[in-house]
Design a protein around this ligand. Structure first.
Ligand SMILES: Nc1ncnc2c1ncn2[C@@H]1O[C@H](COP(=O)(O)OP(=O)(O)OP(=O)(O)O)[C@@H](O)[C@H]1O
Length: 261
């Protein structure tokens, strides 16, 4: 086990979020292991995206967040951008940029303030465009490609950061089944390299492949544990109001709609 794996990717203490009069997150004490893939799941409005944004330092909340053993607020913005890569939802401001330039944005934390992209930066961008099968669109603007193609470009940008910690909010949105499978394989490869991946997912059959699930409901964590554990499956069925069943298909766990009664 290397040093990054012995530390937690994230450790929170009494992490809370109040939006207007509404308590969105209720004092969460959470440890997310390093070098693993953790998937945050739960019903609409449970607070999943809010939690991810607080872990990324994108929203001010109450309480503390430590990233790889060090308080998040003590990171410089540049150091944080190198350490933690973020894939969010609805990033509409990039529409005018070419696909190539969007992926090159992932290299910015590695460049000097006025520095041009290096040959290494171009090589990494090229590799990630090929890996996400977006190379053919590289000269088109982000606003001129389909939703799934766009999602793959944003994934390429996140991969181009080559950060030890990656946060992804609904990374499978608009991806067709083969690209969902590819995403799963990419995440596994990242974890094998020691990267910590935390993703918010609605696709339970994919989430059930994570090392660990964090199950949320109404701003609280109701379960955290291995995705294959029976207690985890019961927690999922409970937060989704017994309207899904977790069952085994071959060697895999999956979720199906509970159509009976
Ligand atoms: N600006 C806001 N003001 C007040 N409440 C908000 C605001 N933004 C979000 N909320 C509320 O915070 C709660 C958590 O929202 P969040 O987006 O974190 O949930 P989520 O679990 O990611 O949901 P979904 O699965 O629908 O994406 C929801 O009840 C939402 O209505």
């Amino acid at each position: 086990m290397n040093a990054a794996q012995t530390a937690a990717a994230f450790q929170t203490r009494q992490l809370g979020l109040l939006l207007g009069a509404r308590t969105v997150l209720h004092g969460l004490d959470l440890r997310i292991p390093a070098g693993r893939w953790s998937a945050i799941v739960g019903p609409n409005g449970a607070g999943k995206s809010s939690l991810l944004k607080l872990l990324a330092g994108l929203l001010p909340g109450q309480g503390d967040v430590a990233l790889l053993g060090k308080p998040l607020h003590t990171y410089s913005s540049r150091e944080r951008a190198r350490t933690l890569a973020w894939l969010g939802q609805n990033e509409g401001t990039l529409d005018e940029l070419t696909v190539y330039d969007v992926v090159m944005l992932g290299r910015m934390p590695h460049q000097g303030w006025l520095g041009a992209a290096s040959a290494h930066d171009h090589a990494v961008v090229t590799e990630m465009l090929h890996r996400t099968e977006t190379w053919d669109y590289r000269q088109r603007s982000l606003g001129e490609i389909s939703g799934g193609e766009r999602q793959r470009v944003l994934l390429a940008r996140v991969l181009a950061v080559q950060a030890p910690v990656i946060l992804m909010d609904e990374p499978l949105a608009n991806l067709d089944p083969p690209h969902q499978t590819q995403w799963l394989l990419d995440v596994r490869a990242l974890v094998r390299q020691g990267v910590s991946v935390v993703s918010v997912l609605h696709e339970l059959p994919v989430a059930l492949h994570a090392d660990e699930l964090i199950v949320m409901q109404q701003g609280r964590i109701v379960h955290q544990g291995a995705s294959g554990d029976a207690s985890c499956h019961r927690a999922l069925e409970q937060v989704f109001q017994q309207r899904i069943r977790i069952c085994r298909v071959g060697t895999q766990w999956t979720a199906i709609p509970a159509l009976e009664g």
